[in-house]
Every structure is written in C-alpha cells, then in structure tokens.
Design a protein around this ligand. Structure first.
Ligand SMILES: C[S@@+](CC[C@H](N)C(=O)[O-])C[C@H]1O[C@@H](n2cnc3c(N)ncnc32)[C@H](O)[C@@H]1O
Length: 263
C-alpha cells in the first residue's frame, strides 16, 4: 500500500497548494476504492455550486440549522460570556455566523472573529457579509480546519474565551476514524471555558437523502463532477466528466471510479 503524502512529508501544510493537491489526487485515486478528499470540492465554482445546493428545496439542513441558530444562539452566547473570539471552521457564505453574531444583544463586548476555509471565495463572501452587518474584527485563514485553528491559537488568543463553530454537518464528510481524530484534535486546541458548537444532521430516510444529495435539478451532481473538472483545470488532468455519473450509496456520495469520503 502506498504511503499517505502527508505522512511522508511532515509539515505538508506548508507545501505549495497545487503540489499538495496533486499529491493527494495521486494517492487517493490509487486507493481501493478510489476516492478524493471532499475539501477539494470547494474551488470558487464548487463554493458557488454549494451555495446553490443550500437553496434547493430538498436540501433542508441549511434552513433547519439557521432556524435553530435564530432560536438558540443567544442562549449559547450567554453560557460562554464573556466571549472574546469566535472561530468558524468552514464558513461557506458566512450566513450562519452572521445569524450568531446578530444574537449578541445591545452593546456587546468587542469580539474577534476568525474564519477558516480552504476556499478563498468562501472566505471573501464571509468577511464581506460579516463586516457589512457587525462591528467586529474579522481575520481570515486560508487552509484546512486543523491548520487554521492552529494559526488562530498561535496568533496569541491563549487566555481568552473562544467559541469554535463547526456547522452544516461538515463532520459528515469524515468516516468514523477521521471524525474522531478531527474532534480529538479540536479538543486539543481548546482550553477551559472554551466552547464547540457542532451542527450535525440526524439519520434520514433513504428517500430524503436521495433527494437532498442527488437532487432532480442535478446541482449536486455538478458540484461533485466539478472536482474532476478542477483536476483538469489546475493539474492538467484529462477527465471527461460526461463519462461519470453521480450515485448515492450507503448514505454517501460515490462517483463510479472516483469517489470521496474524508477531509
Ligand atoms: C458543507 S460547506 C458548509 C458551509 C457552512 N458552514 C454551512 O453550514 O452552510 C463546507 C465549508 O467548509 C469548507 N471546507 C471543506 N473542507 C474543509 C477543510 N478540510 N478545511 C477547511 N475548510 C474546509 C468548504 O470550502 C466550505 O466552505
């Protein structure tokens, strides 16, 4: 079995993004079954397609989570007061973060907001949305959840109280060992009094899952197949996306030949 590229090159987060992308594609497409890490779905086209998915009538998780935040975010913030920073891991459009910050009440304490995302366009959308709505300092961190949270920690927020947000059922992109390693890693970065708000979906019927993740308009299929196009665009690949179709199996996405769990 070939070695994982991150295992053979310690500190690989520092390698140029394209080289890391190429090394991951090479490694994961030679595994059995073939797979691709979901983080690579989010180039600027992927991020735009994800925002379209969030508006589909069959993808209900976004609206459900927003309703929960409108109802309960103020109570979460009260529990953690006095809070000095909020870190969102994988913010997408930043809409949920905006809802949470909007629940802080009148004359809130100054707050530093850190946004971590692998997608430059998601970071841009989030900081634009937050700066327009809230008087807070926003710092963006382009990179993985782990590297982003590390860089927030290294920026010297040590003794202050932090709320980390991990929403949108992002945890569902990981298999069990991957999710466990991620959560343990997050725990290692949090101190006494800090909080983690983790949003995850409940078990759904097969019919609901099929409609949500293999929608009749084909937006989710476009979102997934865009990863093959991204490999063509950025790494000179020669995939013909018309040779591939999306298929939902075992409550996960699978593209025959090139599929993808994990980070
Ligand atoms: C499913 S979207 C969720 C967006 C938002 N949190 C929501 O609830 O609607 C996942 C977001 O996390 C980012 N992302 C995916 N994998 C990541 C990783 N390993 N590290 C950092 N960001 C990641 C994507 O670019 C995207 O913005």
């Amino acid at each position: 079995m070939s070695r994982h590229p991150d295992a053979s090159t310690p500190g690989t987060e520092a390698t140029p993004a394209a080289a890391q992308f190429a090394a991951h594609v090479q490694y994961y497409l030679t595994q059995s079954p073939r797979q691709l890490p979901s983080r690579y779905l989010y180039d600027s086209l992927g991020s735009a397609l994800f925002e379209a998915i969030c508006r589909l009538p069959w993808y209900r998780i976004t609206r459900a989570e927003e309703r929960l935040l409108v109802r309960h975010a103020a109570a979460v913030l009260r529990q953690l007061a006095p809070l000095s920073s909020v870190v969102e891991l994988g913010s997408g459009s930043g809409e949920k973060l905006r809802i949470i910050l909007g629940q802080r009440g009148p004359d809130p304490d100054p707050l530093k907001v850190h946004v971590v995302d692998v997608s430059a366009s998601a970071l841009e959308a989030t900081s634009r949305a937050i700066r327009a709505a809230e008087a807070v300092r926003v710092e963006t961190h382009l990179g993985s959840y782990e590297a982003g949270l590390r860089s927030v920690r290294e920026s010297g927020q040590g003794a202050e109280r932090t709320l980390v947000l991990f929403l949108g059922s992002n945890i569902g992109n990981y298999d069990r060992p991957g999710a466990s390693a991620l959560v343990h890693g997050l725990r290692g970065q949090l101190g006494a009094g800090d909080g983690l708000l983790l949003g995850t979906d409940l078990v759904k019927s097969e019919r609901e899952l099929l409609l949500a993740y293999d929608d009749p308009l084909g937006v989710t299929a476009a979102f997934n197949l865009n990863l093959l196009e991204r490999i063509n665009r950025e790494l000179g690949g020669d995939f013909d996306p018309s040779d591939y179709r999306e298929e939902l199996r075992d409550a996960r996405f699978e593209l025959p030949g090139a599929t993808g769990p994990s980070s």
